[in-house]
Design a binder for this molecule. Structure first.
Ligand code: TXA
Ligand code: MG
Length: 360
């Protein structure tokens, strides 16, 4: 365990990070904080190091990993060419929550890319992540530091819960600021294609690149079978043990549905979790004024104001995990408008809910 939570000053000088970097150089696995979610890192150029990542996570090996760098010049060793549009996107959004897919060079092992001829690269902005990459002086392959299928970890406690004893080191830092994984953008075609929505939105990309599309398979998540281009997007993901249902449409109707579900939980003597907006809380409390026994069966999670989706994004995975800790059988979620980071929130929610959406 490398605890860097109280450290200040130049991260490159922290003995804890030097220790963690030493493990990475010895081809070990180290979990560390980034601005999006915690990652589980290892030397991207070493096959056995990569295998340890898949083993620790219990992850299918056809699901490729993102390679993390701390300087632009590290890119040239890993990718065959850098399209001009990609360079502009990097100028605009690196370091930050954006991953770009390029044609790979042969030094990048097939184990990293799941056999694809492309590689995903990201330059994180988190000072701990950057210092760790700098100190190890290696490109670091790092998927999210959760057990495969669980919500991505946004706190040090989540990482300990999932990976303690399964990895060589864990860097304990602060809670992730963004709370959702990076935007993954395929740069190998004529125009950028978003394979996984994130904090860098389609509009932000289009503004810099002139044009941008979102993988049609993601838009069709709600029903039809089509295979998303990011291999990772086809697995059940982000899911707590509880059954997740997403509600969209009329707010008052949704809150009435929440109240009905609380009554059902009270009658069946089980617990449910409800993820709702601050604005909803007052309405629900009014509806529940005469129904005090019901609230023993509901755990309410405030996702902040409906007007501030960044708060929802930062709390979503934490609250899905907490729902399990409270022993909730169901999780009911007030969905959010699919604009800005709202698209990324709904993408993760629809996957967690396996398409179970109720429109009111
Ligand atoms: O924010 C993040 O991206 C975090 C932090 C740790 O950086 N990492 C992360 O990695 O979310 P992971 O492995 O959980 O998700 C990587 C996603 C998967 O959906 C994977 O299929 C996709 O990126 N991906 C990776 N390489 C790809 C490639 N060559 N082509 C298409 N998709 C790729
Ligand atoms: Mg992941």
């Amino acid at each position: 365990i490398f605890d860097v939570r109280k450290l200040t000053g130049d991260a490159l000088a922290w003995p804890a990070l030097k220790g963690a970097a030493k493990l990475l150089k010895a081809n070990g696995t180290v979990a560390f904080p980034t601005e999006t979610v915690y990652g589980l890192g290892a030397n991207a150029l070493d096959e056995t190091a990569i295998e340890s990542i898949y083993t620790a996570k219990g992850r299918p090996s056809d699901n490729p990993l993102i390679v993390h760098i701390s300087r632009r010049d590290m890119l040239n060793d890993l990718v065959a060419s850098v399209p001009e549009t990609a360079a502009r996107l990097m100028d605009a959004f690196w370091p930050g929550p954006m991953t770009l897919i390029f044609k790979k060079r042969s030094v990048v092992p097939d184990k990293v890319t799941g056999g694809l001829d492309t590689v995903a690269i990201r330059m994180p902005s988190h000072i701990v992540a950057r210092a760790l990459i700098d100190l190890s002086n290696l490109p670091i392959a790092a998927p999210s530091a959760n057990l495969s299928g669980k919500p991505s970890p946004t706190t040090a406690e989540h990482v300990i819960h999932d990976l303690m004893g399964r990895v060589d080191g864990i860097v304990l830092g602060d809670d992730a600021m963004v709370g959702l994984e990076s935007t993954v953008i395929d740069m190998t075609g004529d125009i950028p294609v978003i394979l996984r929505p994130g904090a860098i939105t389609e509009m932000m990309v289009a503004e810099i690149a002139g044009d941008c599309e979102t993988d049609a398979a993601l838009k069709a998540l709600k029903g039809e079978k089509s295979v998303p281009k990011a291999p990772g997007m086809k697995y059940r993901h982000y899911a707590p043990n509880a059954e997740v249902t997403v509600f969209t449409g009329d707010t008052v109707g949704i809150i009435k549905a929440f109240e009905a579900a609380i009554d059902e939980a009270a009658a069946g003597d089980y617990k449910i979790a409800i993820l709702l907006f601050s604005e909803d809380l007052a309405v629900l409390n009014r509806l529940m004024a005469d129904n005090t026994c019901g609230l023993d069966h509901a755990v309410l999670f405030d996702q902040g104001s409906a007007k501030d989706p960044a708060v929802f994004a930062s709390r979503l995975f934490r609250d899905l995990r907490a729902s399990d800790d409270f022993g909730c059988k169901r999780v009911l979620v007030h969905g959010i408008a699919e604009e800005g980071i709202g698209s990324a929130i709904m993408n993760r929610l629809l996957k967690a809910a396996e398409g179970s959406v109720i429109r009111i």
